[in-house]
Design a protein around this ligand. Structure first.
Ligand code: ATP
Length: 233
């Protein structure tokens, strides 16, 4: 579904992604793990068209999207749910969700709201509330709900569990699993490698802009190297 081959991405003189290649197959949850600054968010931003690779190629559903705009990439079904719960604080929950559907046929809006409110009943309870007044966990749900309003074929999720209380972290991972089971392929960036490897099929480990390890999620979770470096035991 997604094929990234040998991309190099720079911020000015900083070489953030180095000859990086990854693949995501239809139906998978693939997770990217790695320390702060390894390049995980940069990779997601490059896939969604926010950053352009200097060299290398990105194919999505057998078509090149290497230098396409964000809007064109979204239209093809690749949707990015960014780090840090970027919701529109002064708009209501409902208005935030509606923005996620801006490229959809207006006639499907009611059904889309229903689908999202079924997944996140808390958002239904708070639909008229200003997004800025929601708790951290609710804002994360809203950010995910907004991305799901756009019917992603591939959902890029950047740190969905960041800053959440342990119980909510569990809920978010359960929801990611459900979204995947309902047919959405997921590329998940997580600091919480332990939880991410539990729900993922495969994983890539990034260090300073390169893929240094890849494999089945279970196999990586059992590897001594990963346990030492990323799982804290
Ligand atoms: P984190 O979990 O902290 O977001 P990450 O693995 O997502 O880490 P990136 O944010 O992708 O890492 O950063 C990769 C590298 O690019 C780092 O060296 C970082 O300092 C650098 N970098 C990221 N954003 C910028 C920017 N806007 N300008 C300059 N350098 C940047």
């Amino acid at each position: 579904m997604l094929k990234v081959q040998g991309i190099n991405v720079y911020y000015g003189a900083i070489h953030a992604l180095k000859d990086l290649s990854i693949e995501v197959k239809q139906g998978e949850i693939v997770t990217l793990i790695g320390a702060n600054g390894a390049g995980k968010s940069t990779l997601l931003k490059t896939l969604s068209g926010l950053l352009k690779p200097k060299t290398g190629s990105i194919e999505f559903l057998d078509k090149s999207i290497t230098n396409q705009s964000v809007q064109s990439v979204v239209k093809q079904g690749l949707i990015h749910c960014p780090e840090g719960r970027r919701v529109f604080a002064n708009m209501s929950v409902e208005e935030n969700l509606e923005l996620g559907a801006y490229l959809q046929n207006p006639s499907s809006l009611a059904a889309d709201f229903e689908r999202i409110y079924n997944t996140f009943p808390r958002l239904l309870e708070r639909k008229k509330q200003q997004a800025g007044t929601l708790s951290g966990g609710e804002q994360q749900m809203l950010a995910m709900g907004r991305a799901l309003m756009g019917h992603p074929k591939l959902l890029l999720l950047d740190e969905p569990s960041m800053g959440l209380a342990p119980l909510l972290v569990q809920d978010i991972f359960t929801i990611v699993k459900e979204v995947n089971a309902a047919g959405t392929t997921v590329l998940l960036v997580e600091q919480n490698a332990h939880q991410a490897l539990k729900i993922a099929h495969r994983a890539y480990v990034l260090e300073t802009g390169r893929v240094v390890l890849e494999g089945g999620a279970k196999e990586l979770a059992d590897s001594e190297e990963i346990k030492m470096a990323y799982l804290g035991h």
